[in-house]
Write a protein that binds this ligand. Structure first.
Ligand code: ADP
Ligand code: MG
Length: 327
């Protein structure tokens, strides 16, 4: 059975073409050439708590990096270097190979180098620390001002619906027309599942927004909850126009309108960006996001006060309580 050093050598040592990695995996610590300001974040995924026991290992490897990339994106940073602390219940080389494949696949997309880590025995968990570069103007939760527009990227709610859809669906039966309709539903369900299993951290969008937005956060707890964090830190309130929420075609097709709204407002795990910016930057924001291929929608604005309110058809709207189980 492979020992700790063989595991590191086999699965976690990849040459980095990055000259900023002066010394990578293999010594007592890595040495990096960090020029200017760095943003640092760490996240831990514990089996059975943050990911389901049966989750494919490549998706766990992908996810542990994706959630930290999303944090750096929300700071408007450029992700650069990471370290990985793995806790393994046993040495399962097939699992490790797939985990590493998922991790390095996403790392190479973003030019991130794995420069060190740790392996220990215990209940399965992965902890990844990511360091990114930020410019003098980076994004925080605290920079929002009353009057700012509130935006969200992508189509919120998909990941939470996709998680609910992980429950196995029965093989389609019935007439050809019924089977055809089931196939369309199946394709939508796959699309939502993919949004939970392989969230897209909005790194390019975050960097593009750094000079233009006043505040930003990544949506991990749910849009209203995370917008609430911006409001708290920025000392203001917000109005969200739920009619403006960009719902995906798949979400709208698979769940009733009220459930779709609830997923979009309260569902977690989207890893989209919620940000605020002065109206005077609207055109520049549209252009900057179009250039990096990310959609964003204006969904409301910051106001004086401390409350996050929703409006539907112009009237106050109490968001549906959590707890839909439509699948
Ligand atoms: P130490 O005893 O000095 O902490 P380790 O034996 O834990 O060293 O690790 C040896 C080297 O392998 C170090 O450079 C460490 O950063 C690296 N390393 C250990 N585990 C991992 C991992 N999961 N991924 C990447 N590098 C790792
Ligand atoms: Mg160690």
């Amino acid at each position: 059975m492979a020992g700790e050093f063989q595991i590191i050598e086999r699965y976690f040592t990849r040459p980095s073409g990055d000259r900023s990695v002066v010394l990578g995996v293999g010594d007592d610590a890595a040495v990096l050439a960090i020029d200017g300001l760095a943003a640092v974040t760490v996240d831990t995924l514990v089996e059975g708590v943050h990911f389901p026991r049966d989750m494919a290992p490549d998706l766990v490897g992908y996810r542990v990096l994706a959630v930290s990339l999303s944090d750096i994106a929300a700071m408007g940073g450029e992700p650069k270097w990471c370290t990985l602390a793995l806790t393994l219940a046993q040495v399962d080389e097939a699992w490790l190979g797939e985990f590493a494949r998922g991790l390095f696949e996403l790392a190479s997309v973003h030019g991130v180098s794995l420069v060190g880590g740790d392996i220990t025995r215990g209940p399965l968990a992965a902890s990844l620390q990511l360091i990114g570069r930020v410019g003098e103007r980076y994004l925080t939760r605290a920079g929002g001002r009353p009057g700012d527009d509130v935006y969200v990227t992508g189509t919120p709610g998909d990941a939470a619906a996709g998680l609910a859809l992980r429950v196995a669906t029965a093989a389609p039966q019935g007439t050809q027309a019924e089977r055809g309709a089931a196939a369309v539903q199946g394709a939508y369900a796959m699309a939502l599942r993919e949004r939970f299993e392989r969230p897209t951290p909005r790194v390019a969008a975050g960097r593009a927004l750094a000079p233009l937005a006043n505040a930003a956060i990544d949506v991990s707890d749910g849009l209203l909850a995370d917008l609430g964090h911006i409001c708290e830190r920025s000392g203001c309130g917000a109005i969200v126009d739920v009619d403006a929420l960009p719902l995906s075609e798949a979400l709208a097709a698979l769940v009733p309108p009220d459930a779709a709204l609830e997923y979009a407002l309260s569902g977690g795990d989207d890893y989209e960006l919620c940000f605020t910016a002065p109206r005077s930057n609207a055109a520049a924001i549209d252009a900057a996001l179009a250039a990096c291929g990310t959609q964003a929608r204006r969904i409301g604005r910051l106001i004086e006060g401390s409350v996050v309110e929703c409006r539907r058809g112009g009237a106050p709207f109490a968001p549906p309580a959590r707890g839909y189980t439509h699948f």
